[in-house]
Ligand binder design. Sequence first.
Ligand code: NDP
Ligand code: 2IT
Length: 448
Amino acid sequence: MAQLDEKLEGIYQDVLKRNPGEVEFHQAVQEVLESLGPVISKNPEYLERKIIERLCEPERQIIFRVPWQDDKGQVHINRGFRVEFNSALGPYKGGLRFHPSVYLGIIKFLGFEQIFKNSLTGMPIGGGKGGSDFDPKGKSDDEIMRFCQSFMTELYRHLGEHTDVPAGDIGVGGREIGYMFGQYKRITNRWEAGVLTGKGLKWGGSLVRPEATGYGATYFINEALKVRKNSFEGKTCLVSGSGNVAIYTIEKIHQLGGKCVACSDSNGIIVHEKGLDIGLIKQLKEVERRRIADYAAYHKDAKYIPGGNIWEVPCQVAMPSATQNEINGKDAATLVKNGCTAVGEGANMPTTPEGIKVFMEAKIAYGPGKACNAGGVATSALEMQQNAQRDSWSFEETEKKLENIMKGIHKLCYTISDEYGDPGNYVLGANIGGFIKVADAMVAHGLI
Ligand code: NDP
Ligand code: 2IT
């Protein structure tokens, strides 16, 4: 990776010291700071006003106890988090993650990324993230409901349509948002649609929000392919994960003429050379809440490989859509060697710094998460717009808006990368493009 500018190195060392053990947060900060050298040279005011130090320190961090009872009456205690990172551009906005690996460092890396991602969308949303180390796997519907109610019983006092607006992330989808919305409404006695996004379509949700992250990531890579006079037509693709983002990435790739031959979960991978059956995946994952291994029972020519490494399957386009650091340096090298020419990050920070270096050196089209997966939060902002107008738009209208937003983000990142002397370097474009807008708003708001 690029060396840090001398002035930024001190800031980074301070971040390491002030946030011990939070390795994912360190990684996310380092990746952004590596792009900012030329920006602070052009505009020393950012340094004088300590904009970067302020950006690296969340405005507010909330950690709370979440007690709940399972179906047998046993008591469990989890930890809840909400990191309200930066409100320069709008109310804190970002998802909630329920996964046993969650701790403060994960929520801070996600919240930090969210600031720049939300800025890139051009919509009035600040950055935040939350979640819990609760493991939803194997829990009954009632257990999920009781957990969500307990979680919201503390979180509600920190939320509001003009204050902080959560949504889903890993382990949090429409069902969980429903239980949390119900509890918020009950406690506050307010039918405040704009307090959560990813709501059900019958009670304030937006069409296209479930599809938005995956569709948006695919639109972003489609634009990057166009720059290279190329397209998804006939391309063999890999999409890791088999959750919300993965499902709609596969669906949109197929609509654009590509063929996804593999997806995964934390237990293994499914390889189906003929092309994945998206209808079956939706039925297994969204309706029946089963594991991806079960896919093989329905297609005799598909193969399930327990513990398999999806990045070893040859492809031309890879869309990591599961979790952080799922592509390491070796995986990246394997992808490039096998002929992969585009990588679009549906997940947040799925590529390690070593992996990013491999993609940059190979000069493939690499769409970093904060640009590529911004379609989800952008459509959350469209949901907020509809809620504020007490209106709802058609699928076609909303999807067109999403497509235009992703084209706009791609163009912004490309233009900035060109301005800073490395056309097509979307890491540079996304970090600088996301940063400048937030930094200028912070300057305008004074020392707060
Ligand atoms: P889901 O919970 O719907 O799906 C997550 C998928 O990733 C599952 O297949 C899961 O497998 C796999 N996965 C999760 N954690 C791990 C892990 N530690 N190791 C291996 N596999 C794992 O989540 P989403 O699809 O919503 O989120 C996927 C990624 O996209 C995340 O990085 C998220 O931050 C990012 N994202 C999500 C947005 C959204 O709108 N939902 C918006 C922008 C980014 P298993 O079932 O085995 O755990
Ligand atoms: O990482 C993300 O952008 C999300 N999980 C979606 C956030 C949102 O508020 O829609």
